[in-house]
Design a protein. Structure first.
Length: 315
């Protein structure tokens, strides 16, 4: 009898794995081209949050305060490096206003690469400007992000100060509170704060770490009322590269979840300042000395130098 039960469990797990693997959305994001950076040590993920409203009803757009912008752009761009040795994984925010060379398009803001040529041009732009070869790609849209947050029952965050942003649909008091999908989306989208986009990407890294930590916790995995909604929403929520598979995701999830325990280094590409460019607008320029040192550390699985890490004020 015990053998029969075991076989049934194995069969169910196999069926679930096949279902999830076949349900993943895929896109041609990564590909070879002349001059592509050589593979370095470790594994690199490009993680993109898009402002796509695909699949959202008018009610969804109102609930999530998505606004009425047309087209599709990258709202968030991050690089996750998972080393092969015992150094910490590193999550790097690539500010969307970074002034970079876009292949075939000249210099422009980093997020313009996605608008010009979708995931493939964005990935190529990141590779050529960082010198790092990307191994995996993941993209998540507005609705998918909110659905995953709701599937795990919300995520608790402790805010040092209140945040009010009608455009993002949030009015959050200071203190510890649980954010549902709509509030969480507003929290990671708002640019409120003295340093605007820099404060925004710090909040994004903080929240993604907390969300991943909860999604991979025993409290979620052992609770069918959280686990099954999560498994049901995750495949529709994310888009990965054509060469990515389900077995690639656990290492990313555990690296993300290490943020709460101090096992993840988080930073923004060191900045050399802001400037205004005719026809482009206000842009961020990467630090010519520190940015290459950051990318070299990632390429070689070396510890990221402390002086190139950009963190919260006073951090």
């Amino acid at each position: 009898m015990a053998l029969v039960v075991l076989l049934v469990i194995v069969a169910l797990l196999a069926a679930l794995w096949i279902y999830l693997e076949s349900s993943l959305n895929r896109v041609a994001a990564l590909g070879d081209y002349e001059g592509r950076p050589a593979a370095g040590a470790g594994t690199n993920w490009l993680i993109v949050g898009s402002d796509s409203r695909a699949g959202l009803t008018a009610e969804d757009e109102e609930r999530l305060a998505t606004g009425d912008a047309k087209g599709q752009r990258t709202d968030t761009i991050m690089l996750m490096h998972i080393p092969d040795n015992d150094t910490k994984p590193t999550l790097v925010s690539l500010l969307r206003d970074s002034y970079v060379d876009i292949p075939g398009k000249g210099k422009n803001k980093l997020n313009a690469a996605y608008a010009f040529g979708g995931p493939q041009l964005l990935a190529k732009t990141v590779e050529l400007n960082t010198g790092l070869r990307l191994d995996h790609y993941m993209e998540i849209g507005f609705g998918g992000f909110a659905d995953v947050v709701d599937a795990v029952g919300g995520v608790e965050l402790c805010l040092a100060a209140p945040i009010e942003d009608p455009l993002a649909g949030i009015n959050l008091p200071a203190g510890c509170q649980e954010l549902d999908g709509a509030k969480a989306l507003g929290y990671v989208r708002t640019r409120k704060g003295p340093r605007a986009d820099l404060d925004r990407v710090i909040r994004q890294r903080e929240f993604i770490g907390a969300l991943t930590d909860k999604a991979t916790s025993l409290g979620t995995i052992l609770n069918p009322f959280k686990l099954f909604p999560l498994l049901g929403s995750a495949p529709d929520a994310i888009t990965v590269d054509e060469g990515d598979h389900l077995h690639h995701l656990p290492s990313l999830a555990f690296a993300m979840g290490a943020a709460g325990s101090g096992g993840l280094t988080t930073t923004t590409v060191p900045m050399g300042g802001a400037q205004s460019v005719k026809g482009v607008g206000s842009v961020i320029v990467w630090d010519k000395a520190k940015a290459p040192r950051l990318f070299e550390a990632l390429k070689t699985d070396a510890e990221v130098p402390a002086d190139v890490i950009v963190g919260p004020p006073g951090g």
